[in-house]
Write a protein of this length. Structure first.
Length: 286
């Protein structure tokens, strides 16, 4: 007599970014079906709510989000469909930067870092806390699979930690290098790899600079010897080039999220791409 096999139910997960999608997939493995609610090639802060996004939220068992003010559209979506029964705010799993910096009120703009800098996934070390929170949430839904989630996490972090040693060694010769970033995306990355973000092209997060501010920024870059501007896909190219030319600086384009650049196809590739490009740009300034 054949005995029917018991197949574990798949957990459906909605992640608000591709970065969190990759970390959920790394921990959940074949026990999860996870999709990102946002396209990294678009501004994730001001996007419209689409039917497929609402449908994904409505059928998901778990929501995994960046938190802080990174997803102002999420509250609107939750008014249209019942939110998942389980919710992980990954910002609670890491030590945040920028929480003591005076900000505009969150209701004055769509993405002003009002509660701290939300780009914490760009420190690979933070994947330890994020994946721990994800594993805990998955285990609450499927307690029998706890050992599977823990083992998946252990193997992923072993690969990540090995790669981190290589990335740190590649950027070690440039410790203390000063750069200007277009958006305030890179403080976690800079801290992990020993760099200094000396300023940003935006006067405040998400707010375009005034002509007077741009002129002052160029003069400060000249005076302090900052010779590299870190841009992102979608940054205003003419403005970035004007600042770089005025300051005698180079421009390097880094990927802020998985999939924002074709070479950054997964979480490890995101850092491999960014470290390689940044190191090459800094090498060229020597």
């Amino acid at each position: 007599m054949l005995v029917p096999l018991l197949v574990a139910a798949t957990i459906t997960v909605a992640a608000t970014t591709t970065d969190l999608r990759e970390l959920v997939a790394a921990v959940g493995g074949d026990r999860v079906r996870v999709e990102s609610l946002t396209d990294p090639r678009q501004d994730p802060h001001t996007r419209e709510i689409h039917p497929h996004q609402l449908a994904l939220l409505g059928r998901s068992d778990l929501l995994v989000r960046v938190g802080l003010d990174h997803e102002p559209w999420l509250a609107r979506a939750a008014k249209s469909v019942p939110p998942p029964a389980h919710d992980v705010d990954c910002s609670r799993a890491v030590a945040l930067l920028g929480t003591d910096t005076p900000r505009l009120r969150a209701d004055r703009g769509t993405h002003v870092h009002a509660f701290g800098n939300p780009h914490y996934w760009l420190d690979p070390e933070n994947a330890h806390g994020i994946t721990a929170a994800i594993a805990d949430a998955l285990a609450r839904i499927a307690p029998a699979d706890r050992a599977v989630f823990d083992e998946n996490r252990r193997r992923f972090l072993a690969r990540l930690d090995a790669a981190l040693e290589r990335w740190r060694a590649r950027l070690a010769p440039h410790a203390g290098a000063r750069v200007v970033a277009v958006h305030d995306t890179w403080p976690y990355f800079a801290r992990r790899f020993g760099l200094v973000v000396a300023g940003t092209v935006e006067e405040r997060p998400g707010i375009p600079p005034s002509p007077a501010y741009v002129a002052t920024l160029i003069e400060r870059m000249r005076a302090s010897g900052v010779r590299l501007v870190v841009a992102e896909p979608g940054a205003p190219a003419s403005l970035v080039r004007r600042i770089a030319d005025g300051a005698g600086a180079r421009v390097v384009t880094l990927a802020p999220s998985v999939g924002a650049d074709p070479e950054a196809g997964d979480y490890l590739a995101l850092f491999e791409t960014n470290v390689t490009r940044l190191a090459a740009a800094l090498d060229s300034l020597r």
